[in-house]
Design a protein around this ligand. Structure first.
Ligand SMILES: [Mn+2]
Length: 301
């Protein structure tokens, strides 16, 4: 049995691609099961309802098991005992992380906007049927990761995949589908500061220290106006409790590609020069991977 596992704090790609990669392995005649390392978010819930697919079961221990990783290659983003697992496969679209393997593995790492774009191409290369639920999962993951094609991470391969998947998923009005998806993506009603920081938080080892960078995608920055103090307090708490060099949170207005960065920790002073009256705005910044994190690395180096 191969466990297919996405990253911690799963986003829609991490869940959808785990389900789709599991179907790919089954189509090859293998036994496989998708698992998740955390609770699904509201957007993913919406997608699973559209696709009429059950969420993967929770699993955060993979020692001694055969695994495929989807949407990451960093040990910090995997189950804590990932180093004791037998990694047989990787499908990802991020920079190469620090996982290593004992045995040869199958790795598909493409510089595209979404893991599901790679999986779609694998299904086609191997001539496996793409069912409507699988098409719905893949098109949703691609539109989520590329923020409806607006992200600089979006490539022609992502757009081509969406065009074909829309037909297979039976989506006639793509604009309406994107809108419904983005509404679910930016729904933060009733979430606490800690839940918001945790929602899409990623750990990055840097210069022998650990830092975390979260991101909340919003329809307008006003959605979090009343929560700035509480969010900053939660970032400080994480630094204190986990010995982080920095905890940062990107508040991203996905309609204008404008990001406000909140940050706490020992390295905060390095960012002060880029703030005005304590507010750090990043214009034209939608993607943590392509814009937010590279900029931060440059400033912190
Ligand atoms: Mn992804």
């Amino acid at each position: 049995m191969i466990l297919v596992v996405g990253h911690k704090n799963p986003d829609s790609d991490s869940i959808c691609s785990a389900l789709v990669a599991t179907e790919l392995l089954k189509a090859r005649g293998l036994e496989a099961k998708a698992v998740r390392q955390g609770d699904i978010n509201r957007e993913t819930q919406f997608i699973l309802e559209q696709a009429q697919v059950e969420q993967p079961e929770f699993c955060n221990s993979v020692a001694g098991q055969d695994v495929w990783l989807v949407d990451y290659t960093d040990l910090a983003q995997g189950p804590d005992d990932l180093e004791q697992a037998n990694i047989l496969g990787i499908v990802d679209h991020h920079r190469l992380g620090d996982v290593t393997t004992v045995n040869p593995l199958e790795a598909w790492i493409w510089p595209v906007g979404c893991t599901s774009t790679i999986l779609f191409n694998l299904f086609k290369m191997e001539n496996h049927e793409i069912t409507k639920p699988m098409a719905t999962l893949m098109i949703s993951a691609i539109l989520s990761d590329t923020v409806g094609f607006a992200s600089p991470t979006c490539t022609d391969k992502d757009k081509a995949a969406v065009a074909e998947l829309a037909v297979l998923a039976g989506i006639d009005d793509l604009d309406a589908f994107i809108k419904a998806l983005l509404i679910a993506k930016t729904d933060i009603e009733g979430l606490s500061a800690a839940q918001l920081v945790e929602k899409d938080l990623k750990a990055y080892p840097f210069n022998d220290r650990q830092l975390v960078v979260g991101q909340i995608e919003l329809a307008t920055l006003e959605q979090v106006d009343s929560m700035i103090d509480a969010l900053e307090a939660d970032l400080q708490r994480r630094c204190d409790e986990e010995g982080l060099a920095m905890a940062a949170l990107m508040l991203t207005d996905i309609t204008t590609s404008t990001t406000r960065l909140l940050f706490k920790g020992e390295w905060s002073a390095k960012l002060d020069a880029h703030s005005e009256a304590g507010v750090l705005m990043m214009e034209n910044t939608l993607s943590r991977k392509k814009q937010g994190w590279p900029w931060l690395q440059g400033v912190l180096a």
